[in-house]
Write a protein that binds this ligand. Structure first.
Ligand SMILES: [Cu+2]
Length: 621
């Protein structure tokens, strides 16, 4: 049977590879050849008609013939931020990046090689899987409107991989989203793949393996897309990626324990900041950031972890929040900011205190198991230039444990207002169940989660995009698909969490609007929905035993994963796939040739002794 399958895949590939029968493409999308080769120089700003519910300026006249015109001069954050549009040509913080972005004509290239190695992030060695032997991986950095061309070389000894670019909308490039089982097959050991996509949003994010729990062993890196900001700053200190370290056996082994024995087996060995920290027994190194007295410092916090939720703050300093995920917000001040897995917080901190040293803290909230409370000295140091080389003696500001909630809605106001039209409000109910035990053929008795009453278990050999492009309409219950067919309209649903733990829910390809969220059951009172300018972001906290009413605009055809970002939960099935405008995908999205080649290679890999040695456990994503 297997050899027959390979044979038919080869035929299908040859069939699809014939140019004459390739699906026609809209003129606005890049052809596969140009995506993987040379891009045309600067062209018209991308634009879509204004939504009927909101009048907005159009930016059709936003020519950027000279690509350099939006590259900010070195250290010019303060000039580019605030109300100044100087660095961004006809684009600014007033521009809505969901509809309008520059086409710089610039391609920024990166080469990432994933290796098995040993690392000692806090002085204690452990097995790691790393990008370019760095932890975290290199910063991927580009300007708003640039194209990224990133080649991934899989030098892992035993494991396939797939790399996802968190928060990137992938408009017209759904096949570059990096989700095995949905958009592509895993990349076989020894093989390479080039991803190419445009940075239509700007701000801070990260990239990571989406192959099971692999990123928990180090396959993560920060990403900065430079763009305008809602307040000025002087010095960009770059990303601070916060993650946990699990020592015994790595993430896959821990996942197996949790899957078979249940939750609450996941107490981390330490918390890391940009892949480093001291450990309680001595050894390791602290992250240190320098403050220039009197200057405004931009810090980009990212939770790149697998399980924990933090309140992040700096002793004796207030922070000005300017962006949440990829959404610029009206600046507001806070002592601590909430940071669930996958979430980002861009903050500006003015060095206006006494020259000295201060602790930067990430304090885990009670929704997670943690021996580390963040209140001691196992933390990074903020050191003013001119301060003595000594440990801070500062203490943590008081903090209330809110059980892992997002920032208060009244604080988080998107800078560009984006009303939601609820005239067709008919939300789909998606219950998120408590974990339950089932007996599986290959794993025995295991814990599973469900969303929309179904546990997702992706088909690694037949990703949904490939099926679509092959004209294969087979969808199984385990694909856990939600179809959304109507074009350029609002889609609504509400999640009801029936468990006592919150979930950080991440949506691919779209920013979710949070129309309402809270404890208990949603009261179904639509007059209380936030619709004039609701918070929008790609990752939000679904409260423990609570609900969230959500919307997104159907302007991005594709197969988009929505999932809990706690590694064990998604591995145990807490995910669903939104099939947005299925019939518009083939005309509007190219499928890169290398993805089809990738599925052939993956299928062949599974036939080898090597491939058979590592059976898939869990959902695959
Ligand atoms: Cu979860």
């Amino acid at each position: 049977m297997k050899s027959f399958k390979i044979f038919s895949l080869v035929l299908i590939y040859l069939f699809l590879g014939s140019a004459s029968i390739l699906p026609s493409r809209a003129t606005t999308s890049l052809s596969t050849a140009s995506r993987l080769g040379v891009l045309k120089p600067a062209s018209l700003a991308s634009s879509r008609p204004a939504r009927k519910t909101v009048s907005r300026p159009t930016y059709r006249d936003g020519f950027l013939r000279n690509r350099d015109s939006i590259i900010p001069p070195q250290g010019s954050g303060g000039v580019c931020g605030g109300s100044s549009n100087g660095c961004w040509g006809n684009f600014s913080i007033e521009t809505d990046p969901e509809t309008t972005w520059p086409n710089t004509g610039r391609i920024v290239e990166y080469n990432l090689t994933i290796v098995n190695t040993t690392c000692a992030p806090d002085g204690i060695p452990k097995p790691c899987l790393l990008f370019n032997n760095q932890f975290p991986g290199p910063i991927i950095e580009a300007n708003w409107g640039d194209w990224l061309k990133i080649t991934v070389n899989n030098q892992l000894q035993d494991n396939g991989t797939v790399i996802h670019w968190h928060g990137i909308r992938q408009k017209g490039t759904n096949d570059q989203d990096g989700v095995n089982g949905l958009t592509e097959c895993r990349l076989v050991p020894g093989h390479s793949r080039t991803y190419m996509w445009q940075a239509t949003s700007f701000g801070t994010s990260w990239y990571h393996s989406h192959a099971s729990t692999q990123y928990g062993d180090g396959v993560v890196g920060p990403m900065v897309i430079h763009g305008p900001t809602s307040a000025g700053y002087d010095i960009d200190l770059g990303p601070v990626a916060i993650s946990e370290i699990y020592r015994a056996g790595g993430s896959a082994a821990l996942d197996t324990i949790i899957t078979t024995q249940g939750p609450l087996k996941d107490v981390p060995g330490n918390i890391l900041f940009n892949g480093m920290n001291v450990n309680p027994n001595g050894g390791g190194q602290r992250l240190q950031l320098s403050f220039e007295p009197g200057k405004r410092h931009l810090i980009r916090f990212i939770n790149t972890g697998v399980d924990n939720f933090y309140k992040v703050g700096i002793d004796s300093h207030m922070m000005q929040v300017i962006a949440i995920d990829f959404t610029p917000v009206e600046p507001y001040t806070a002592q601590y900011v909430s940071l669930g897995i996958g979430q980002r917080m861009d903050v500006i901190v003015t060095a206006n205190n006494t020259v000295g040293n201060y602790w930067l803290r990430a304090i885990p909230m009670s929704c997670v198991e943690n021996n580390y409370d963040g209140k001691g000295i196992q933390n990074p140091i903020i050191s003013y230039n001119g301060a003595p080389a000594s440990l801070p003696t500062t203490t943590a500001a008081p903090l209330e444990d809110d059980g892992c909630l997002d920032e208060p809605a009244e604080n988080t106001i998107p800078f560009v207002a984006n009303p939601v039209d609820i005239s067709n409000f008919d939300p789909r109910h998606l219950p998120v169940a408590s974990p339950f035990q089932v007996t599986s053929n290959d794993e025995g008795r295991v814990f599973r989660w469900s969303i929309g009453n179904t546990t997702q278990n992706v088909d690694l050999e037949n990703p949904i995009l490939q099926r679509l492009f092959q004209g294969n309409s087979t969808i199984t219950p385990e694909d856990n698909i939600i179809g959304v067919d109507e074009k350029d309209t609002w889609a609504f649903w509400y999640l009801q969490n029936n468990f006592y733990e919150p979930h950080p829910i991440h949506m691919h390809g779209n920013d979710l609007r949070i129309l309402s969220t809270g404890q208990g059951q949603w009261d179904e009172d639509i007059t209380k929905l936030s619709i004039t300018n609701p918070m929008r972001r790609d990752t939000f906290m679904l409260p423990a035993g609570g609900y969230a009413v959500l919307a997104f605009f159907t302007d991005n055809p594709g197969i988009w994963l929505m999932h809990c970002h706690i590694s064990w939960h998604i591995s145990e099935g807490l995910s669903t796939s939104l099939f947005v405008r299925k019939d518009d995908i083939v005309p509007n999205v190219t499928i890169a040739k290398n993805i089809q080649e990738g599925c052939l290679a993956w299928d062949q890999f599974l036939q080898t002794d090597h491939g058979k040695t590592y059976p898939l456990l869990g959902s695959g994503v």
